[in-house]
Design a protein around this ligand. Structure first.
Ligand SMILES: [Zn+2]
Length: 202
């Protein structure tokens, strides 16, 4: 039997002393030797994929191709992650500054202004009503120039619905030649109309 060693290719000679299962030259056990190159030699050598095929999605992309692909994906993900993180930080940093600087102010000012406008309007309505009431008192007097309205000591003005109710103290010369105290009562609508008027002695 001329056995050829699968490793060193020594052809066993009848005179060799080594056991039949062992290569006399290199000492390998024929049965245990697992050839590494022989199958490649035996089977038809696989040609590397044509250049045109390498870039396409083959059924079995090479390890190197997959490695490169995932490296690119990882790089892209890292870049995107860093970018979005930074833009998020910028956003977070920008929002509070904007809110602190401008957001609360217009709203607070608007609330205050609306309230101020309401108070201001009522003050104007009451002022106009007092003027209407006092004019009416003067017109009703027999001696108009003698009418002395006690604006601060005896005048009360209050809002009732859409009217202003006024009690106005005044003194005036009466027909008997005496200066007497009176109350003038007025109800003035917000449209400026005198809704009620009378004068009574105090
Ligand atoms: Zn051998």
């Amino acid at each position: 039997m001329n056995i050829e060693c699968p490793k060193c290719h020594y052809i066993r000679q009848p005179r060799d002393f080594a056991p039949e299962y062992e290569c006399p030259q290199c000492g390998i056990i024929y049965a245990k030797f697992k050839p590494r190159e022989k199958p490649n030699m035996a089977t038809p050598k696989r040609e590397p994929a044509p250049v045109a095929d390498r870039g396409t999605w083959g059924v079995r992309p090479s390890i190197a191709f997959l490695g490169g692909f995932f490296a690119c994906v990882a790089l892209a993900l890292t870049a995107f992650s860093l970018w979005s993180q930074r833009s998020a930080e910028q956003h977070v940093a920008a929002v509070p500054a904007r809110q602190v600087r401008s957001a609360p102010r217009p709203e607070a000012k608007w609330e205050k202004t609306a309230d101020e406008l309401r108070v201001e309007r009522e003050r104007d309505l009451m002022s106009a009503a007092r003027s209407i009431c006092s004019d009416r008192i003067v017109k009703s007097a027999t001696f108009q120039s003698s009418v002395d309205i006690q604006w601060f000591s005896n005048t009360s003005t209050k809002r009732v619905g859409t009217t202003t109710v006024i009690a106005m103290g005044f003194s005036a010369l009466s027909t008997n030649g005496a200066t007497l105290p009176f109350w003038g009562h007025c109800v003035v609508g917000d449209d400026g109309k005198l809704l009620y008027f009378n004068v009574v002695p105090r």
